[in-house]
Design a binder for this molecule. Sequence first.
Ligand code: AMP
Ligand code: MN
Ligand code: MN
Ligand code: MN
Length: 300
Amino acid sequence: MAPAFMVGSRAFCYDLPLILKRVYMSPYDLHCHSKVSDGTLSPRELVLRAHEQGVKVLALTDHDDMRGLAEARVAAQECGIELISGVEVSVTWGGNTVHIVGLQVDPAHEQIVAGLQRNRAGRAERAQKIAEALAKLGIAGALEGAYAFAENKELIGRSHFARFLVDKGHVRNIKAVFKKYLVKGKPGYVHHEWASLPEAVEWIRQAGGMAVLAHPGRYLMGKDKRHLLFEEFKAAGGAAVEVVCGSHTPDQIPVYADLAQEFGLYASVGSDFHAPGENNRELGKLPPLPERCRPVWSAW
Ligand code: AMP
Ligand code: MN
Ligand code: MN
Ligand code: MN
């Protein structure tokens, strides 16, 4: 018999794991990565996995590259999932790296294609510097090691270094590697100047898309600076903010739902899935948006 449990004075007698799975299932997942950037699945594998998980509308949002969308679209047509053309643009704002997701973006639009190409061009040089910094700490072979994890060499990034460091046993998991080596203030962090915030929003808008401020709860900045980020994002033409996402804790959801309302922004939902078993994330495994939010898809 299924276990009984109490909520307040009411007794429930359901299969608890099944309930949790239901609670944490969203038909929309508007943020994820394939190995065209720093995910580990091919675009096709990613779409099929999302379908298996029960996702109905999926946006593939690789970092600074939209070349996975064509393959994803073929797979989406096969399994009947709705695919949204997306991208996650790296931006430097106020000395922080900020990510802007574009949804419903034309992947062939000249301006964004050129902009993303420019963002990618700096990655090789930064990778070299990260490897040099790690070598100084006694970690040899990081450049080749990281490249071995990067299917798309133009997109070499910190996640590839992180996987190399875990693989070699320097750190026990991805989260710990970032904390120890790869975030701002740590020895393997190398500053890089990405696109500006207005540029990224403009590229997305010109390509017919909506700009979404990604995982705002992840940026290491105080309340005032965060407020300024929202102001400048809105002024630049930003349309939405991720309220429910893989890196938000349950108590951050209402905070960003409030900010979405305050700034007249739509609310988005995305797992930021990268790899099976990594960072405890799964496609579509997300709680619902608070009722007061205007979902980004209501604008489509
Ligand atoms: P990059 O664009 O090369 O600077 O890499 C950024 C990527 O690193 C993000 O998209 C995440 O996939 C990953 N990342 C950044 N910070 C963390 C963190 N604290 N824990 C796990 N992954 C992270
Ligand atoms: Mn990533
Ligand atoms: Mn991101
Ligand atoms: Mn992401």
